[in-house]
Design a protein around this ligand. Structure first.
Ligand code: SF4
Length: 313
């Protein structure tokens, strides 16, 4: 097991971890997060409402909009907690430290990352928006992988979030060591196959920009990488990348190995085998035959924790 500081650091709404911090004194413990994800990540729990000084229990609050201004209003008292939340946010954001992802409580006026009800002053909800704290986190860290617990109940979205968290961590670590253009080229090279499995056209275009352009900013580079990864992988796209790797190995493999690989890829493409089978075979051949150009590819060699989580997503 890795030491805690080797694990991805994930911000988390405290009530999802089972802390009794909700307005009614309860919690919203999420079994998958607490039991499934916990061994592979370090949590950074935050309850904005309690940390900014509200009591447990407390009156529920909601977002109201009046004359274009958003308020965080106590449902009974009408007290506006917005200014206090804004002061808290400025301080708490500075103390969050390095994060590799954030899992928010859905629908909360403080924590909900999207689709939170916005009421017209004293009336029914008329639109949706972002919770106050979640909105500030997203503004301050625009590339950070973010999800709510509801999204993570969907297998494909869960896999995508896990993948983005680990990729974000690798990219941050690599760019922290080498932020020059050669660092960008190296990071792209290690993720090229993974990016192609998400969106081949955009990945190849990014590769050309990274290698040719002296003016690619770190911000637009991260925009592009995280944007490509946010697009879900499909079996046909992944099978295409697998076939590409198999073709690179063609000259060094015995006939029976080539047949075994082709079968494994086809069985994966048609849903009869998990991705792990052809990836494990390819990784083995890349190592045994010392194919340097394919070594260190995140597609073939994901982080051990990432691999475990994806196997059980
Ligand atoms: S949703 Fe956010 S503010 Fe509400 S109890 Fe959970 S952690 Fe606290």
């Amino acid at each position: 097991m890795k030491a805690p500081n080797d694990l991805p650091r994930i911000g988390m709404s405290s009530c999802l971890l089972g802390e009794p911090v909700r307005w009614d004194g309860g919690h919203k413990r999420d079994g998958y997060l607490v039991e499934g994800l916990a061994p592979f990540v370090e949590w950074v729990p935050v309850c904005p409402e309690v940390e900014m000084g509200l009591s447990v229990p407390r009156e529920p609050i909601r977002i109201e909009e009046a004359r274009g201004r958003l308020r965080l209003v106590g449902e009974g008292s009408g007290e506006d907690h917005g200014p206090r939340m804004k002061r808290f946010v400025a301080d708490r954001l500075a103390r969050l430290g390095q994060l590799d992802g954030y899992i928010f409580k859905a629908n909360s006026p403080s924590c909900g990352p999207d689709h939170v009800k916005v009421h017209r002053e004293g009336h029914v909800p008329t639109r949706t928006g972002q919770g106050f704290f979640a909105s500030a986190v997203r503004k301050a860290r625009p590339h950070l992988p973010v999800a709510d617990e509801g999204e993570l109940r969907d297998t494909a979205r869960r896999e995508n979030f896990i993948e983005r968290v680990f990729a974000w961590r690798r990219v941050q670590l690599a760019l922290g060591q080498r932020s020059s253009r050669s660092g960008l080229v190296a990071v792209f090279g290690a993720h090229e196959l993974q990016l192609r499995a998400h969106d081949e056209k955009r990945a190849l275009a990014l590769g050309r920009r990274v290698r040719d352009s002296k003016s690619l900013s770190r911000g637009s580079y991260l925009d592009e990488i995280m944007g490509i990864l946010a697009r879900p992988r499909t079996r046909p796209a992944q099978a295409k990348v697998l076939r590409y790797v198999a073709a690179e190995l063609k000259g060094v493999l015995a006939k029976e190995d080539r047949i075994e690989l082709a079968d494994a890829i086809e069985h994966y493409r048609t849903g009869r085998q998990p991705l792990l089978v052809p990836v494990t075979l390819l990784r083995h051949h890349v190592r045994v035959h010392g194919i340097e150009a394919l070594q260190g590819q995140s597609f073939l060699e994901p982080d051990a924790g990432e691999q475990m989580l994806l196997n059980h997503a």
